[in-house]
Design a protein around this ligand. Sequence first.
Ligand code: ADP
Ligand code: MG
Ligand code: MG
Length: 898
Amino acid sequence: MANFVQDFAHGSMEQKDLLGGKGANLAEMTRLGLPVPPGFTITTEACRSYLRTGAVPTDLRVEVTRALRHLEDTMGRRLGDFHEPLLVSVRSGAKYSMPGMMETVLNIGLNDASVQGLAELSGDERFAWDSYRRLVQMFGRTVLGIEGSVFADALEAAKVARGVTADTDLTAQDLRELTEEYKEVVRRESGRDFPQHPREQLDLAIVAVLDSWNTERARLYRRRERIPDDIGTAVNVVTMVFGNLGSNSGTGVAFTRDPATGQGGDYGDYLPNAQGEDVVAGIRNTLPLSALEEIDHEVYTELRTVMRRLETHYRDLCDIEFTVEQGKLWMLQTRVGKRTAPAAFRIAAELESERVITMDEALTRVTGEQLSQLMFPQFDREAERTLLTTAMAASPGAAVGRVVFDPRTAHEWAERGERVILVRKETNPDDLEGMIAAAGVLTSRGGKTSHAAVVARGMGRTCVVGAEDVLVHPEDSTFTVAGHTVAQGDVIALDGSTGEVFLGEVPVVPSPVTTYLTAGLEEAVAQAGEDTETVQLINAVDRILRHADAARRLGVRANADTGEDARRARELGAEGIGLARTEHMFLGERRQLVERVILAADDAERDAALADLLPLQRADVTDLLEAMDGLPTVIRLIDPPLHEFLPDLTDLAVRVALHKERGASGPEVERDEVLLAAVERMHEANPMLGLRGVRLGLVIPGLFALQIRAICEAYADRRAAGGDPQAYIMVPLVGSAMELHLVRDDAMRIMAEVSAERGIAIDLPVGAMIELPRAALTADRIAGAADFFSFGTNDLTQTTWGFSRDDVEGAFFAQYTVNGVLTVSPFESIDQRGVGRLVEIATEQARAAKPGMSLGVCGEHGGDPESIRFFQDVGLDYVSCSPFRVPVARLEAGRAAV
Ligand code: ADP
Ligand code: MG
Ligand code: MG
């Protein structure tokens, strides 16, 4: 016979795949000898069979009969018996918790006859009718698909007619009439009578629960939570116990620790004289769990013993559902409870202190995402606030500032010390300057992987995206939302953790965890002062993070382009720089110089322009090497296509056309014309696949040489100043070993020159950024010319998939997620089978060609938990991510190692 039904007495918590979470835990509690009402679980295997065939398997009907008979024998009662009826609940329960997504029906087995039996059995007629009317209501809604409000309206009407406000004030007679009315509703709305036969009720309820696996909202929830669609739900059939049998009965939920703060002690809500769903539905105000102590001391003590037992057994925070029936405690559910980020750290650390779990386990109980949540400043929840809208939370943080609509203004205002929020329909690379200057970014379009979101996350800027009801009018520098018009200069506040946008100032409270990470334990504890909860949180984070650092095998470096970023990264625990982008050094004021390089009429002019860039570049590198003294600093030569440093083609063309129309002349006009010609000449259909990276370096004479010289001179300067610079030269977009050989030869020559000039030995490692499939596939050859590799997984993802990030994120990816081609953006988490396979191949080849060669990752993926795990398994030496992600990566690398 198929494995379709299993008694609670025979299962265990290991069987979540088969029994679902609820069923497995009910079985476990039964096994522990805790007071669980007897019952059985219809397995997920039965559900999968039902989903495949669309019909209830005959085997299932037979197995249910056997299990039900066994249950009836155990209880000494029959389902729906006229005299001593057995009643059951039919409860959904998948492997992964899907709160509120699926159905549960209580009081199955009641009908016109057995309601009398229940009244006799309990000696409480009111209770019997209350249970029956609940069944008709739940069954009507869940099984027969009748709108819940129809029943709710009837109940309201009954209360009004009797002049009472609480359900509990309705008499037995009132409830009997209400039940009749409900049955009438069923007849009217569903076109059939409420089924009187208990077994028919049971079978229909089981099918309804199975069907609830595939409701629209359940599917949506699974997609969002990345729960597979084909695992199915289990169905639990549980003997009913009654919390609505008078004042010595009741129902409640409880936690073994506070899931909000992690504080030890029992927490929960209790509702006397009620059935389970009343607590969640908020029908009446609940009492705190401690009130049960007054109501029934014995039950309270037993409950606390059970809770302690569960926590010891599960070795974690448990949440439970329980019911008290006339002074007898029944356990109806337990599971390892969800918790907030601070609670996760505190619970893990405190369970370890109590020697319930080991330090390794404590580490696995927290996530990098939770740590990053703890790092951002937060808005003061107590403060008065005007909510404008709630959109997508793209990059956490709490940012307050004046609204600006263009990057120039953002930059100018920030220069004079204003905090600004950049508001755009969407952002593109031209907005970078503005995004750097802004405290936060708000866009009306785009999703979590839009340009704004990705860039803001990388920079640690607060960002809210896709605020569709925000209408941005850049022409008159305003936006409108929810009846408000917000003008340039008005103050707004963005909560990047919730996606909320507020009008006006909202006070911000700094994160004590960030204080800890940057200033150290002592300082953070001193600042927390009397606030013991915060002190405990900081201590918890400290202990767990230190353990992660001790355990991890991967190094963690930062992507940082300036000395300031590098210092910050170092404070946050970076063990070097995995990627310093030099193109950032060509922006701003220096654009003019770059223009001169590009527009140079001959070699002499170009060399002069390059010579002017040299001291600037050298100063940048010196700053970086000083900040990272003693630690490896990988400096990547210029990567993007040159036109990115020039004005926009359309803007320029318009300007030149205007000059012409007005008959203007002079040096300004001439310059624009020359510039336009250059921009046109350099215009590429696919710049991403065009003249960039090493190609540019080989084609524009002197450009790489300038950068390499700047690095060597900075190195020499730092050495002369008594420092310990560890500069690495990285060549971007290498596709062929020959490219790297050419650059390397040049680098060797320049190193020799500077060595001679400065009188010190300079032998800096030269390596390749592996970001083209061809590079990965010929890594053994490239390794011949490289001292190190770093995987540029952003570009490697683009070039492997053949799509450009800026063009496909947003609507296209959204569609691809809906139809299941993608479960997650490959730019967020590495595509292990495709892009990851290339990393694997290249790693194998590199290790074979040059054992011990340094291999790292410097793409966005370096800060992503799943990807970090993958990189460790592949055997890389380090990951590199944005400074703000460094603590996250440290923690995740530790988790990956235990
Ligand atoms: P959910 O998964 O939505 O919490 P449950 O299956 O846990 O749904 O049931 C809903 C409510 O009904 C809970 O409060 C639960 O405690 C209560 N309940 C379920 N089965 C029984 C039962 N056999 N006796 C009494 N109350 C029950
Ligand atoms: Mg429940
Ligand atoms: Mg790249």
